[in-house]
Design a protein around this ligand. Structure first.
Ligand code: NAP
Length: 289
């Protein structure tokens, strides 16, 4: 059965820009009551205003709450969920879209980068689910008669299914998130809560390279040619509405997802070649200079 999101209370993390912002605007058009969070107050306020206007223009009430906070801090996470509950009296869907990425080789990276990436991409998402779980379980009880199932959507990455060179920290955090999501998916069945995974490939998010913790990777990534965040947002909504447990978003992600199953050696060779090519170019450059 398709999930009807109209009037549902949805908490979206990472809503100040990129994928989270686009998900919020799509949900506003469907008449959801939104709680949005991120650290940047001005950008978050802009998203909230945009959502409110969109909801009203689509004939809905336009209920949007925004709460600034750093998801790596337990007190902020608790405050964010508490404010959403205080405002709406419950929670029906949690979308974990906040994330950070570091692009660079492990041999020249630092323990601080690894910990930062794990804190935001894995621990924060997991702890948000821990806080949201009682309210989602309550939503399941309340909505059971009308066929409603609450959900958690974790925006992971295809890096959570296949290790991409120059992104070791990101891959580690997303593999952890994917594995953990699969485990709780089975646990949460008894509460009537769906746990869904959306795996984007490379996405042309807002000023993405400026927000990388580090931008020194040694493989070529075509950021300019990557799909826009709107496409991932549409896929998040598709996963939610159709109850898709795992959705590879974008053709790169889709290609890696299937090739990994059908031709794992070919994918390994392709990734390796990307690194070899870069290393060869570096060697040639160092000889000529
Ligand atoms: N873009 C890609 O190529 C790509 C590919 C695969 C997967 N993904 C995943 O998709 C998700 C969204 O990515 P995106 O492209 O939309 O990235 P983005 O444009 O950089 O947005 C990241 C969002 O996370 C928030 N955030 C970061 N650190 C935070 C913290 N400590 N506390 C609270 N909020 C925090 C940011 O808000 P503030 O800075 O205002 O706090 C921002 O709203 C991430 O999980 C990412 O790993 C992205």
């Amino acid at each position: 059965m398709r999930r009807d999101l109209k009037g549902r209370i949805v908490l979206v993390t990472g809503a100040s820009r990129g994928i989270g912002r686009r998900v919020a605007t799509l949900l506003a058009r469907r008449g959801c009551r939104l709680a949005l969070t991120a650290r940047s107050a001005d950008e978050l306020a802009q998203t909230a205003q945009q959502c409110q206007q969109l909801a009203i223009s689509y004939g809905f009430g336009g209920e949007v709450l925004f709460v600034t906070g750093d998801l790596t801090l337990a007190t902020d996470r608790e405050r964010i969920v508490a404010e959403a509950i205080l405002r709406y009296g419950g929670l029906d869907v949690l979308i974990n879209a906040a994330g950070v990425c570091s692009f660079g080789e492990f041999s020249t990276s630092t323990p601080e980068i690894l910990r930062r990436v794990m804190e935001v991409n894995f621990f924060a998402a997991v702890e948000m689910v821990r806080l949201a779980h009682p309210y989602l379980a309550y939503s399941a009880c309340q909505g059971a008669q009308v066929g409603w199932r609450p959900a958690v959507v974790n925006v992971a990455s295809i890096c959570g299914r296949w290790g991409i060179p120059s992104m070791s920290e990101h891959c580690a955090s997303k593999h952890a998130l994917v594995g953990w999501s699969e485990a709780i998916r089975a646990e949460f069945v008894r509460y009537g809560i769906d746990v869904l995974l959306v795996l984007p490939g490379l996405v042309r998010s807002d000023d993405l390279q400026r927000h990388l913790l580090r931008n020194e990777g040694k493989i070529y990534l075509d950021f300019a040619g990557a799909p826009p965040p709107e496409q991932v947002a549409r896929d998040v909504l598709r996963a939610l509405r159709t109850r898709r447990r795992e959705l590879a978003s974008g053709w790169v992600s889709w290609g890696v997802w299937w090739s990994r199953r059908l031709f794992p050696r070919a994918v390994r060779f392709f990734m390796q070649r990307k690194v070899w090519r870069f290393a060869r170019r570096e060697r040639l450059l160092s000889r000529t200079s």
